[in-house]
Design a protein around this ligand. Structure first.
Ligand SMILES: Cc1ncc(COP(=O)(O)O)c(C=O)c1O
Length: 428
């Protein structure tokens, strides 16, 4: 039974019977079908969205946590803008239109994610945003940064480099499921702490930091002049994001995972009152508001100061289209669907005698990053390979041995979840 055809989804018996293939494709209709007009069953909007995402007909795609598949409207915009640009890249007839892309995108991201319009820098990845923040402090030997045991290398390597170049000290806290991370941060702070940098959602165990806890901690850290940075690679598009209420000083994210934009797009959100505290390490043409050749310059009075040089404007146009597309679908609908699907995956995993849930179970702490804990002796790397080659179920091993990640986005289906869990069970 196909979840897209049934409100209740498959039964346990169906689950065991279901084939390991991908969800059936559905016929093409027009994009204007987004809106529920009262008589349209809820699943129709998912069906319409799936038709727009070519990857959904190639595999059961559970790797949005690595790279999100773009809908066709996004790749179309990128292609169209690239072709337009190359009719005369430095010809004002064509370049004037291209010049509008970045300011429009900054404003759109700001309005969508609760950032001041002056607080958005466009980057090419989450990693770039993290590095802007990490290198924004004038580090002295013995200064301290706090990170966790659940970080992506993007939020580890910069600190190793800063340790080796400037003698900073890296302190760690425990961000395992259920840990009291906020108390741990408070306990590890010292007069030398300059920054706290944590995953908003862990790519390893899917744990989401609660907004209220972040806001409280942010206020406390600001009172001690400690910068608070969140790595939001797995955030926007996956869970509701309001930068203002989250209360951190800066937030790095990307367009190419849960926002389903072009690969190589990102953004750094910065509180306006921290612009001068997160100093520029790299700068160049376009970072400045004014300059002369006698040694004077002033920086752009916004986070756009962190950008410089010639940039991939067609990709940024695609980034905007991706976020618009999700806005058209409806953020509440997307977030609720992710919650529901993850709730379903938890239920199904709990029914298994072999598999366990490795990510948080409570709605407040969980995200679309769902982790299955495999039975002892079952190699997650091997299962990952097996799933990818035969049944075309695309997942990811993560740091904890025996854990396999299913990044569950709104376009996934209950049938895909059933097939994945069933195939994992059999593989083990
Ligand atoms: C938590 C986290 N941070 C950072 C990154 C790196 O992201 P990017 O490729 O956008 O630099 C990832 C990528 O998977 C991630 O999961």
């Amino acid at each position: 039974m196909n979840e897209l055809l049934s409100r209740n989804g498959p039964t346990r018996r169906d689950f065991l019977r279901v084939s390991a293939g991908t969800a059936a494709l559905v016929p093409i209709t027009v994009l204007s079908e987004w809106t529920d007009k009262g008589h349209v069953p809820q699943e129709d909007w998912v069906r319409t969205a799936r038709r727009q995402i070519p990857a959904t007909s190639e595999s059961s795609y559970f790797q949005t946590g690595g790279a999100g598949p773009s809908p066709k409207v996004v790749t179309d915009v990128v292609t169209e803008r690239l072709v337009h640009q190359n009719r005369g890249p430095a010809d004002p007839v064509f370049s004037a239109e291209m010049a509008d892309i970045e300011p429009r995108l900054r404003a759109y991201l700001a309005d969508t994610f609760g950032v001041e319009r002056t607080g958005v820098a466009l980057t090419h990845s989450t990693s770039e945003g993290i590095s802007i923040a990490a290198w924004g402090v004038s580090w002295k030997p013995g200064d301290e940064v706090v990170i966790s045991n659940q970080e992506h290398p993007a939020n580890v390597i910069p600190w190793y480099v800063l340790r080796d170049r400037f003698g900073i000290v890296i302190r760690g806290i425990d961000l395992d499921v259920g840990s009291d991370w906020e108390s741990e941060v408070r306990d590890v702070l010292s007069p030398r702490t300059r920054m706290v940098s944590l995953s908003h959602i862990s790519r390893n165990n899917g744990r989401r930091l609660r907004s209220e806890a972040c806001a409280e901690l942010g206020q406390f850290l600001r009172s001690r002049s400690v910068l608070f940075h969140l790595d939001g690679a797995q955030g926007p598009g996956c869970v509701p994001i309001n930068f203002r209420t989250l209360g951190c000083d800066c937030y790095s994210t990307c367009g190419h995972k849960w926002l389903m934009g072009p690969k190589g797009t990102g953004a750094l959100f910065v509180r306006e009152d921290q612009l001068d505290n997160i100093q520029l390490s790299w700068a160049g043409s376009h970072s400045h508001a004014a300059m002369d050749y006698d040694g004077s310059y002033s920086l752009i009075p916004s986070a756009a100061r962190y950008e410089f040089g010639t940039r991939a404007l067609a990709d940024f146009a695609g980034f905007q289209r991706a976020v618009e597309w999700m806005t058209e679908i409806g953020w509440d609908r997307i977030h609720q669907r992710i919650q529901d699907l993850v709730g379903y995956a938890i239920e199904r995993t709990n029914e298994s005698s072999q598999l366990h849930v490795g990510s948080p179970k409570s709605e407040e702490d969980r995200s679309g990053v769902f982790v299955v804990r495999l039975p002892a002796g079952c190699d997650a790397n091997k299962v990952y390979e097996q799933l990818g080659v035969g049944p075309r179920i695309v997942t990811s091993p993560v740091r904890q041995e025996g854990d396999l990640r299913l990044a569950i986005h709104f376009f996934n289906t209950k049938q895909e979840i059933d097939s994945a869990l069933h195939t994992i069970e059999r593989a083990c």
